[in-house]
Design a protein around this ligand. Structure first.
Ligand SMILES: *Cc1c(COP(=O)(O)O)cnc(C)c1O
Length: 449
C-alpha cells in the first residue's frame, strides 16, 4: 500500500478562499451564495518532492492496483485524500488517449496538434471524471452513516445524467435526472433509462432544469450532482495533470476547451494551478474556452472586457450539451480566465460542423462540442495567433457516437442553415458487379484528382 500522508481537504468559499466546511457536510454554496471549492493542504503535499509525485503517478497510471489505475484515483492524494479505498466507486475513468492529430494539424498549419479524447470513457464523456468523485463521496457518507442521503439528482444536457446514472447504478444508489425534453440526443436519453434512473423529461431548457434541481435538493435527502457541487471539479481537474503526464511532463502551449456551464474550464485551471504549486509544472498553458455562437454569454462578456455578464436564452445548437445561457460556474471561470489571461472564442453552426467534419476525415470521430473547440482553434490559427512550433491540445469532451443523429444529418445535408460542403453521402447501388466496380474506380480516380 501507498504510505498514508497526513493531508486534508475541505470545502471553502471559491471567491474569498475562506471558510471551512468538511467534505462530509451537505453544502453547495457559501452563506453569501457563492460557489464552494475543495481546498487541499498543499503544504503537506509539498513534503513530497515534485519528482517523487511524478514517479508515483507514473507507477500507478493505468496499472492494476484498484482504484489507483484510474486516471482520477491515481491522483487520490490530490482528489479525495481521506476516503477509504473500499468506498470508491470507480469505472476506470481517465487514462484516455491523447490522439496526435497530425494530418488535421498540418492542414491548418499546426503540426503539433493533439486531441485529448475524454469521451472515450465508460459513459462516453468527460463527465465520468467528476462523477466518480461525487458518487464515491456520497457512497462514503451513506456507508459511514454520516448522512441520510436517499438519492442523487442532477439537471443535464445529456452527459451528466448518463454519468450520474451509471455510477449510481454501479454503487446501488438511487438516481434522478432532470432533462430538457427533446433537447438531448437519443444516445444520451437512453443512458439514464438503461441504468434505471428516474428520468424526468421536462418542458423547459437546461437552465430551467438547473433551477428546479437546486430547489429540489434543498431537501438534503436528495443530493445535488451538478458541477456547482465542487466535488465534481476535483475529478475533472485531473485532465490537466494527465495531459502533462502523457507528454512525459512537458507543458503544452495552448489548450482549447468547449464551455457551457463552465465547470470544466474552471477544473482545468484548478488542476494546473495545483500542480504548479507542487512544482510539477513551471507555467500554465494558454487556455481558450470555446462556445457555440447560439450559447455564447461568456464570449460576449469577454468581448466586453469581462464587464457585466449577461445571461441569455440559448439557441438550438448542434452542440446540445453546451446549450446553456445561464452558466452556474461563470464567476469561477471568469476569475480563472482573468487571472491567467485566458481567452474565449465562439463558433457558428457552420464553423463547428465544418471543423468537426474535416477533423473526422483525418481519423477522428468528433462530437459537435469538440467541433466548437476545433473551430475556435481554426480561427486562432487563421489569424496567425499560434506559431507553427506551438504544441496545442484540444479537449474532446464526448464520444461522437452519442451524436450520430446530428452527424448523420450533416452528411445527408439536413441541418437547416448549414451548408454540408464536406459531406460524404452513402451510395445506393444495385448489387451488380459492374455497377459496384465502376463506382469504386470512379471514386479512386476522384481521389487522385
Ligand atoms: C458538459 C459538457 C460540456 C461543457 O462542460 P461545462 O463544464 O458545462 O462547461 C462540453 N461538452 C460536452 C460533451 C459536455 O457533456
Amino acid at each position: 500500500m501507498m504510505q498514508a500522508m497526513k493531508n486534508d481537504a475541505w470545502f471553502q468559499d471559491a471567491g474569498t478562499q475562506s471558510g471551512r466546511w468538511e467534505l462530509d457536510e451537505i453544502i453547495y454554496r457559501s452563506p453569501d451564495g457563492g460557489l464552494l471549492e475543495v481546498a487541499h493542504d498543499l503544504d503537506a503535499l509539498k513534503q513530497r518532492s515534485a519528482a517523487s509525485w511524478m514517479n508515483l503517478w507514473d507507477k500507478r497510471y493505468k496499472r492494476t492496483m484498484w482504484p489507483y489505475g484510474s486516471g482520477v484515483w491515481g491522483k487520490k492524494e490530490l482528489v479525495l485524500p481521506n476516503i477509504p479505498d473500499e468506498d470508491v466507486v470507480s469505472l476506470d475513468e481517465g487514462g484516455t488517449n491523447l490522439f496526435w492529430a497530425e494530418r488535421y494539424g498540418k492542414s491548418i498549419g499546426i503540426p503539433d496538434l493533439w486531441v485529448k479524447q475524454c469521451g472515450v470513457s465508460h459513459t462516453g464523456s468527460f463527465k465520468d471524471l467528476g462523477m466518480t468523485v461525487l458518487v464515491s463521496q456520497v457512497n462514503h457518507m451513506i456507508k459511514s452513516g454520516k448522512q441520510d442521503i436517499m438519492g442523487v439528482a442532477c439537471a443535464s444536457t445529456g452527459d451528466t445524467s448518463a454519468a450520474l446514472a451509471a455510477y449510481c447504478a454501479a454503487a446501488g444508489i438511487t438516481s434522478v435526472v432532470l432533462i430538457p425534453r427533446g433537447k438531448i440526443s437519443p444516445g444520451q436519453l437512453i443512458q439514464p433509462m438503461a441504468n434505471n434512473s428516474l428520468t424526468l423529461a421536462l418542458d423547459t431548457d437546461f437552465d430551467g432544469c438547473m433551477n428546479l434541481v437546486q430547489e429540489l435538493t434543498v431537501d438534503k435527502k436528495l443530493y445535488l450532482a451538478n458541477s456547482m457541487n465542487s466535488l465534481r471539479v476535483e475529478g475533472q481537474k485531473t485532465i490537466a495533470t494527465e495531459i502533462v503526464q502523457q507528454f512525459d511532463w512537458a507543458i503544452p502551449d495552448w489548450i482549447f476547451i468547449p464551455g457551457g456551464n463552465l465547470g470544466n474550464v474552471s477544473a482545468l485551471y484548478k488542476g494546473f494551478e495545483e500542480i504548479k504549486e507542487l512544482g510539477i509544472i513551471s507555467r500554465i498553458p494558454k487556455i481558450v474556452c470555446c462556445q457555440a455562437q447560439l450559447a455564447n454569454p461568456l464570449y460576449t462578456c469577454y468581448k466586453n472586457n469581462w464587464e457585466n455578464f449577461e445571461s441569455i436564452t440559448a439557441g438550438n445548437t448542434q452542440a446540445s450539451a453546451i446549450r446553456i445561457g445561464d452558466p452556474v460556474s461563470r464567476s469561477k471561470a471568469i476569475r480563472y480566465l482573468m487571472r491567467h489571461g485566458g481567452m474565449v472564442e465562439e463558433a457558428s453552426e457552420q464553423e463547428l460542423a465544418e471543423a468537426s467534419t474535416l477533423a473526422d476525415r483525418t481519423g477522428l470521430f468528433n462530437c459537435p462540442h469538440t467541433g466548437v473547440a476545433l473551430a475556435g482553434l481554426k480561427k486562432f490559427a487563421d489569424r496567425g495567433d499560434i506559431s507553427a512550433n506551438d504544441r496545442v491540445v484540444v479537449i474532446s469532451t464526448a464520444h461522437g457516437l452519442k451524436f450520430t443523429d446530428s452527424k448523420l444529418n450533416y452528411h445527408l445535408g439536413n441541418i437547416e442553415g448549414v451548408q454540408s460542403k464536406h459531406c460524404n453521402k452513402f451510395v445506393e447501388l444495385p448489387s451488380k458487379r459492374d455497377a459496384v466496380y465502376d463506382a469504386v474506380m470512379r471514386h479512386m480516380d476522384d481521389q487522385l484528382s
